[in-house]
Design a protein around this ligand. Structure first.
Ligand code: NAD
Length: 315
């Protein structure tokens, strides 16, 4: 089989070679490229591929349809909303993701954003460098807060566990209640979660039920002292409505890792100009540990798929 990696997995050459070696030894080919978003270049590189591996680079229907040998798309990411799944389905191409590789990394960034916003870390850092004091910047404790988790999958539940260790009351909203969440979160309606939480942290996938779930009407249900954390997907939130609420004092702060498009962002993006907003360029998943874990997961996915036991099934 021809295995083609269309963008870096963010690990060392040694680890990449170690993961690919069993496939090379078994007579398969493995070719790794650096990311190129031009569909014509992608097609040229992948036209003979049986297996395409990508991370978060969008994979269009145009590319999928042009690769006539393609049988398996192995996505080194949790969300797969950047892959044209309809085109893959139409061509009976199997798709897997790297579920779970970044659970701890994302949960930790979400907590990090909460702590940073509550303790004004960027602002007090600036004060200290300017030779000033904390005057007017006394923080608030995470342990005293009610935190609402939207989406109780792997990341939502890990975040809930970490919040419990801080002493928080943890509410949750999800379409299906999880057995594993018993004793950890109190399931409530989305409206109750928004009305009662001091911090709302989003951990759902982007799908038809979650697109613009956090819109002007729902933001208006939140406390004016509340903080919103989005480490899920940008379009789950209406950015214009959120920026308006932050700038008009209807919401106290936000921590945003994900946007409508992948960074680099348009410098006029409303959330880059919103008050008390911490922004990161889609980094929640990115830790040394998660990058190594996902390399092992995606090569293991190929092994399992070749053996007829596909894992981490999306399609
Ligand atoms: P998961 O599949 O384990 O959990 C997702 C949960 O969300 C499921 O339990 C599902 O029932 C629930 N859900 C679906 N639609 C919902 C809705 N409308 N409202 C509330 N809950 C809903 O996935 P996970 O590993 O926990 O990851 C969750 C999401 O986090 C991913 O889909 C991805 O978009 C995002 N993510 C972001 C980063 C990052 O770097 N920022 C990294 C990994 C994952």
């Amino acid at each position: 089989m021809n295995i083609v990696l269309l963008e870096s997995l963010g690990v060392s050459e040694e680890l990449l070679h170690e993961c690919a070696k069993p496939f090379l030894d078994a007579g398969h080919t493995f070719t790794a490229y650096e990311k190129n978003t031009d569909p014509a270049v992608q097609i040229e590189r992948a036209k003979d591929a049986d297996v395409i591996m990508i991370a978060n680079m969008p994979l269009s229907g145009e590319v999928i349809r042009a690769c006539n040998h393609l049988k398996y798309i192995d996505v080194a990411f949790t969300g797969v909303d950047h892959v044209d799944l309809a085109a893959a389905k139409e061509k009976s191409i199997a798709v897997s993701n790297a579920a779970g590789y970044s659970t701890q990394a994302v949960a930790e960034l979400s907590i990090g954003m909460m702590l940073s916003l509550l303790r004004n870390i960027p602002q007090v850092d600036a004060r200290c460098r300017e030779g000033k004091t904390k005057d007017g910047l006394v923080g608030s404790e995470l342990g005293s807060k009610t935190v609402g988790i939207v989406g109780t999958g792997a990341i939502g539940l890990r975040t809930a566990q970490l919040l419990k260790a801080f002493g928080c009351r943890v509410l949750a909203y999800a379409p299906h209640e999880k057995e594993a969440a018993k004793g950890l979160v109190e399931y409530v309606s989305l409206e109750t979660l928004l009305r009662e939480s001091d911090i709302v942290s989003l951990h759902c996938p982007l799908n038809d039920s979650s697109r613009h779930m956090i819109n002007a009407e729902r933001i208006a249900m939140m406390k004016p002292t509340a903080i919103l954390i989005n480490v899920a997907r940008g379009p789950v939130v209406d950015s214009e409505a959120l920026a308006d609420a932050l700038n008009s004092g209807k919401l106290a702060g936000a921590g945003i890792d994900v946007f409508e498009t992948e960074p680099p962002l348009d410098p006029n993006h409303p959330l880059l100009h919103a008050k008390n907003t911490l922004v990161t360029p889609h980094v929640a998943f990115a830790s040394t540990q998660s990058m190594e874990a996902r390399a092992h997961i995606v090569f293991d996915n190929i092994r399992a798929w070749m053996d007829g036991n596909q894992k981490n099934i999306i399609l």
